[in-house]
Write a protein that binds this ligand. Structure first.
Ligand code: NI
Length: 135
């Protein structure tokens, strides 16, 4: 994938900034600047929501909720069954007497992953619902 339509271009940058960047990429363990720059670009695009929504993405959705709320667990399960094509695995942790945490590993079109995360997050009683993309 990395070699598809590779283009090269020069970048003007202050020496001080480049030195900081070189320290950063050494710390992160990158073999070269190009891969570090590509990762930063991808990360920024994902953060800004400008990534291709039709492209396949991988990540996790973390939710925290009070399992005492009537029907909440059943609603969350129903939604996950509707999105079973996107769900690779999930883990349930009982945080305390009231709260449960679920981490759902997802893979699919970004459009679908966002839809799933939003459907889970907006249910009454779900305290946090966050999609984190790794790719
Ligand atoms: Ni639980």
């Amino acid at each position: 994938m990395e070699n598809d339509n590779l283009i090269r271009y020069g970048v003007s940058i202050q020496k001080g900034l480049q030195d900081q960047f070189d320290s950063y990429i050494a710390l992160k363990g990158y073999g070269n600047r190009s891969e570090a720059i590509r990762d930063l670009i991808r990360e920024s695009l994902i953060k800004e929501g400008h990534a291709n929504k039709e492209a396949v993405a991988i990540g996790s959705i973390s939710i925290v909720y009070d399992h005492h709320i009537h029907e909440l667990s059943a609603k969350l399960t129903d939604i996950q069954h509707d999105f079973q094509d996107c769900i690779i695995s999930s883990m349930h942790v009982h945080i305390d007497h009231h709260n449960c945490m679920e981490v759902i590993i997802v893979k699919g079109k970004l459009l679908s992953l966002e839809a799933l995360a939003n459907k889970l997050a907006v249910i009454k009683g779900v305290k946090t619902g966050k999609l984190t993309l790794v790719y």
